[in-house]
Design a protein around this ligand. Structure first.
Ligand SMILES: C=C1C[C@]23C[C@@]1(O)CC[C@H]2[C@@]12CCC[C@@](C)(C(=O)O1)[C@H]2[C@@H]3C(=O)O
Ligand SMILES: O=C(O)CCC(=O)C(=O)O
Ligand SMILES: [Fe+2]
Length: 373
């Protein structure tokens, strides 16, 4: 178990003590593209059509709205979801308390190389030489009581309250994930009325879908123009719910003209990001969204990602119903770990992971990708 000397020797960076952004944390090219406001009022005033879509899941036309947003943006804000605001407030409070623990205590749960869960820089950071202005904690909601003992070995009140609130949250979110999956499948025309079309595959997606939680802390930063909270990426799974506090920072990339759209912090709303495996499943009809998180000079930002995806051994391939008649699937079948390994390679070569698993690229299979990387 890491000790104080482990902490001293580790690469822990004390954000609170930083008076400037050191070279290790300074990212070039952050301002290559303009940033526009994705709030409804601002976008209407600017006449840009850049308002981030909002879907009220209770609306009769929710599936059509989901389809439009997933096709055109790969992301949207979800309202009317029924997860109580009081629960979200408690979730946020517990996350803030966890990140406020002394560094030595957080580092007890440090993520070991190659491990999915644990504390530290986001897993993606191992592919980059610059460091991000954030810390994160990843855990599986089904094993949280044992995972969280690494942070709170004495299992006192903070441990108990954190676990209780996260379990309650997971229960609500897993139901909301099923609801959203149903809307996605309706949007694809795979569910009509009460009927699920096609074979068992679609039903199985919902039954076997797994959840992972990742908490992000973006400490206030003396020079936010030089630092980056979370490098631009697409989420790798099916879809992600993002809960953010009232400090905005999430930006979505849009093409033509290339720009970053700042997602407004709407109280009580979740952002939904379409992930790469959903992009594959829908044969590219619902596209994954490239996004990043920026930091703030005066305020800490907290966000929570609730990631849904397939179990690790399941191959994901385009649903036959999503492939236009007479055409072949645009992507080959991959498991989540296989896809992550391809993405890691794409980061080092500057390529696109989705292109690497496209049917065109499958003609020349790339078999030197290490799934355990
Ligand atoms: C389920 C997962 C998605 C994620 C990798 C992970 O195993 C747990 C953390 C997730 C996260 C959060 C921050 C950004 C991201 C790219 C990363 O480095 O870790 C995502 C991963 C992802 O979507 O691929
Ligand atoms: O902090 C955010 O708003 C985004 C977080 C994110 O993209 C992620 O956790 O994958
Ligand atoms: Fe993300």
């Amino acid at each position: 178990m890491p000790t104080a000397s482990h902490l001293k020797n580790s690469l822990y960076f004390d954000f609170r003590a930083a008076r400037r952004v050191p070279e290790t944390h300074a990212w070039p090219g952050l301002h290559e593209h303009p940033v526009v406001d994705g709030g409804e009022a601002a976008a209407a005033a600017a006449g840009t059509g850049d308002a981030v879509p909002v879907v009220d899941v209770r609306a009769p036309d929710a599936a059509a709205r989901v389809a439009r947003a997933a096709e055109q943006w790969g992301a949207f804000l979800v309202t009317g979801h029924g997860v109580p605001a009081s629960l979200l407030a408690r979730v946020e409070e517990r996350i803030a308390r966890m990140f406020a623990l002394p560094a030595a205590e957080k580092m007890r749960a440090v993520r070991a190389p190659g491990e999915a869960c644990g504390y530290g820089s986001p897993p993606i950071s191992s592919s980059f030489s610059k460091r991000m202005w954030s810390e994160g904690y990843t855990f599986s909601p089904v094993s949280l009581r044992s995972d969280l003992r690494r942070l709170w070995p004495k299992a006192g009140d903070d441990y108990r309250l954190f676990c209780d609130v996260m379990e309650e949250f997971h229960k609500e979110m897993r139901q909301l994930a099923d609801k959203l999956l149903e809307l996605f499948l309706r949007a694809l025309g795979l569910i009509t009325g009460e009927q699920i079309a096609g074979v068992q595959a679609e039903r199985k997606i919902g039954e076997t879908m797994t959840a992972t939680m990742h908490l992000n802390w973006y400490p206030r930063c003396p020079d936010p123009q030089r630092a980056l909270g979370l490098i631009a990426h697409t989420d790798s799974g099916f879809f992600t719910f993002v809960l953010q506090n009232l400090v905005p920072g999430l930006q979505l990339f849009r093409r033509g003209p290339d720009r970053w759209v700042a997602v407004p912090a709407v109280p009580g709303a979740f952002v939904v990001n379409v992930g790469d495996l959903f992009h594959i499943l829908t044969n590219g009809r619902f596209h994954s969204v490239y996004h990043r998180a920026v930091v703030n000079r005066d305020l800490d930002r907290i966000s929570l990602g609730y990631f849904l995806g397939p179990p690790p051994h399941v191959k994901v391939a385009p649903l036959p119903e999503a492939v236009p008649r007479g055409r072949s699937p645009a992507y080959r079948a991959v498991t989540w770990p296989e896809y992550m390994a391809v993405r890691k390679k794409a980061f080092t070569t500057g390529g696109s992971a989705l292109k690497m698993i496209s049917a065109a690229a499958a003609a020349e299979p790339d078999d030197d990708v290490d799934v355990h990387a």
